[in-house]
Design a protein around this ligand. Structure first.
Ligand code: FAD
Ligand code: DHB
Length: 389
């Protein structure tokens, strides 16, 4: 088989890029090692920046998001027994859209199917060949046969554990990493959320987040230790802990429904530089990870796709390499700002096991300053709704 762009990974990055390319008449094939059902069973991000909303609209897959998604104009920070709302819209003129990553993925998969573009699922042993030159190719195994795809360029959209970044010689890549000493225990439940906007809570017992997927589906998280055993977390225990970490006025309306998804996610900051190696471009989680506190993971994948798509259009349309040559530098500038924001939100809102009294006082002062100063609230709001691209 031959295509212009071979895309490894059918997550949000691969699907977004694939659809933009298809709409622009640039041929592409998506290869994923997982099944379609498995990909659609993953519960991940929930908050979309306007940039991501705009990209989804450009693909033509945004219709359901506008119908079912919830535009939010503010978020609340809870600490010290009180709740303070950050007026995102008032401070920045921008909103965020609450719409789950699972639904984004489903909408993009449906659009791709309707466009007739090829996706190969359950592809084993995906290997990238000759991407240091101009004629790369990919091999994979399916149903006992090895297949080959020749292409002009490869987009590595295969997430943190994917094969693309690992295929790059160690000497050609530099990585930066910070691992946090706790995780997030999250549940999904079909009960109305306790508040119509998100609440991020800092409490002596640990961080908590009240989010949602719709007006009848809630997504709750609590900070937990990394060695926590999920089987020891009954729904009752989860809700008791969540309630204790919220101010009384928020805890009171909490409706406890049975969870239908419960999982623990570790928290990590990670960046690989550069994001381009010859004919291979890393996109989204394949190149960088943020702790989820700033709701930036999926949104960063979207800005990478934007920069790469612009470069690919120039490359295939105008036969110019300037866009793809600038990709890594342009993307990384935005990546590091989101890394900084996600790290600072994580440091400000969590309880660290080894925090001394001085650091705790500084954290309290930071929260107090943030909600009292319009300048500080604006800085948070500007980052939360997403820096421009
Ligand atoms: P992915 O979604 O990881 O997609 C990569 C795809 O590549 C997958 O379909 C995978 O099957 C495929 N693949 C992997 N290896 C191979 C291979 N060798 N060959 C072929 N295909 C391969 N972000 C937030 O903003 N808020 C959150 O609450 C949040 N929660 C998260 C919870 C978890 C457990 C995780 C892992 C991430 C979370 N994120 C969150 C981050 C967000 O979901 C990611 O940033 C987003 O999924 C990135 O999209 P992606 O397409 O780059 O990668
Ligand atoms: C969700 C996850 C986040 O990490 C976040 O910051 C906000 C919302 C969510 O899953 O809804």
């Amino acid at each position: 088989m031959r295509t212009q762009v071979a895309i490894i990974g059918s997550g949000p990055s691969g699907l977004l890029l694939g659809q933009l390319l298809t709409n622009a008449g640039i041929d592409n094939i998506i290869i994923d090692r997982a099944s379609k059902d498995h990909i659609l069973s993953r519960v991940r991000a929930g908050v979309l920046e306007e940039g991501m909303v705009g990209l989804l609209d450009r693909t033509g897959a945004g219709e359901r998001m506008h119908r079912e998604g919830l535009p939010h104009e503010g978020v609340s920070l809870a600490f010290d027994g009180r709740t303070k709302r950050i007026d995102l819209f008032g401070l920045t003129g921008k909103r965020v859209m609450v719409y789950g990553q699972t639904e984004v993925t489903r909408d993009l998969m449906d659009k791709r199917e309707a466009s007739g573009a090829l996706s190969i699922f359950e592809a084993g042993d995906v290997v990238l060949h000759d991407f240091d030159g101009d004629q790369p190719h990919i091999t994979y195994k399916k149903n006992g046969t090895t297949h080959r795809i020749d292409c002009a360029l490869i987009a590595g959209c295969d997430g943190y554990h994917g094969v693309s970044r690992r295929s790059v010689p160690k000497a050609a890549i530099q990585t930066f990493e910070k691992v946090y000493p706790f995780g997030w225990l999250g549940i999904l439940t079909d009960v109305p959320p306790i508040s119509h906007e998100l609440i991020y809570a800092n409490h002596p017992r640990g961080f908590a987040l009240c989010s949602m997927r719709s007006s009848t589906r809630s997504r709750y998280y609590i900070q937990c230790s990394l060695d926590e055993c999920i089987d020891e977390w009954s729904d009752d225990r989860f809700y008791d802990e969540l309630r204790r970490r919220l101010p009384a006025e928020q805890a009171e309306p909490l409706v406890c429904g049975p969870s239908f998804e419960k999982s623990i996610a570790p928290l990590r900051s990670f960046v690989a530089e550069p994001m381009r190696f010859g004919s291979l471009f890393l996109v989204g989680d394949a190149a960088h990870i943020v702790p989820p506190t700033g709701a930036k993971g999926l949104n960063l994948a979207a800005s990478d796709v934007h920069y790469l798509f612009e470069g690919l259009q120039e490359f295939f349309g105008e036969k110019s390499r300037s866009g793809i040559d600038a990709y890594s530098e342009r993307a990384l500038k935005r990546v590091w700002k989101a890394e900084r924001f996600s790290w600072s939100m994580t440091m400000m809102l969590h309880r660290f096991p080894d925090t001394d009294a001085f650091s705790r006082k500084v954290q309290e002062a930071e929260l107090d300053y943030l909600v009292q100063s319009r300048a500080a609230s604006t800085a948070l709001a500007e980052n939360y709704v997403g820096l421009p691209y």
